[in-house]
Design a protein around this ligand. Sequence first.
Ligand code: ADP
Length: 485
Amino acid sequence: LKSLLSRPDLVCEKAFIRGEWVSSAVGKTFEVTNPARGDVIATVADLSRAETADAIQTAEDARHAWAAMTGKSRAQILRKWFDLMMENQEDLAIILTAEQGKPLAEARGEIAYGASFIEWFGEEAKRVYGETIPGHMPDKRITVIKQPIGVAAGITPWNFPNAMITRKAAPALAAGCSFIIRPATQTPLSALAMGKLAEEAGVPKGVFSVVTSSAASDIGKEFCENPHVKKLTFTGSTEVGRILLRQAADQVMKCSMELGGNAPFIVFDDADLDEAVVGAIACKFRNNGQTCVCANRIYVQAGVYDEFAAKLKAAVEALQIGDGLTEGTALGPLIETAAVEKVRRHLNDALSKGGEVLTGGNAHELGGLFFEPTIVTNATKDMLVSTDETFGPFAPLFKFEDEDDVIAQANDTIFGLASYFYAKDLSRVTKVAEALEYGIVGVNTGIISTEVAPFGGVKQSGLGREGSHHGIDDYMEMKYICTSV
Ligand code: ADP
């Protein structure tokens, strides 16, 4: 891996706490593998719960001076961090693809997207406005100020090893909090490279730490039970989100949760079918289907069902599959064996209930963690895929007749993160956008992620929003000061 980089020192194998690069006290490590080839690309420090407590103590010590700086001073450091990430975009993208598998073009996009949160929230640091409220009595003056919540701890998944971290770290640091991240075991290298650049940007010691550890639940417990931690921010499955919320309840800790989705993608009969196909490819097959906003259920109105299916089939069959580091690759491998098994489980279940393979349906000839992008027609709501997120390259096509019926089907889930639909009729567009019980609705687009908009889910898809001017509020407390004059 190092030989591919102009800055080999961005591959870091030690954890980053106290502003120092540390090994585990007992010399424990875990291996990072390249999912496209299966070879070990790094051996990373495996920290314990006690070492995590140490990182939290330093974050606690560091936060006061950081919070006391002006927003502008913090913004200048964040700007530098952003600039360094963009200067090293290519190296960061290669590291990301090597540990995660996504095509290099997508990895470059993720670095730019990830960095954009640092730029955005750095700018927001200067605009954390309070409020004055006319007093309720002649002698009373009321002021509202916002203050950083304190030490914030984050736990992130492997599907966006860079951007899931910056969406949390950037608003935390902008607000004046110190921040500790525990990246996913599969993808610690992107997080550590960010630590390296944070150090170079002048982020003070202890303000940004990266705790690498294979002991996810131990670290999660420390984050929830350590009294210095005032905020927990998590992206991952709803299942683990529930565990963390329960644990965080003992300290009544403020939590942000970006959890699972089960995104519907609806194609109405007045849609531009070519655009709908482009959108479906982008949102179903990006990152090989491994994003929480990927379309999971594709509903197509009866009158355009066959035509849409044929066009989607042609587009899917044109996708190039291979090692993400090979230029031109559109689909990389899945992250691990369990992910391949889940795709197979959903596929077999669909086939046993009347689904028919339109294209794909098998392990890819490249072997390993590669699976053919698959479309199944005749999907029905008794199939596993209608209630459970596949997180892989499996596109089930459901046929529907009626607008109200498809809205009801789309909403018939415990999840509520992203949803998409294609239509042209203005009143239909307005009605459906308002009726979908989701935090995010893409209308005639399959790509909805941007740092300027509030990203987050309703129902069991989560709590809180990341990005936009709202995103910093999750790292601040409001204080109301009542002065008698
Ligand atoms: P995914 O399927 O995307 O891996 P998970 O919810 O299983 O989703 O994992 C998301 C992150 O949470 C990963 O970094 C994982 O290591 C971590 N994690 C898993 N279980 C726990 C737990 N009990 N406590 C804290 N973190 C956990």
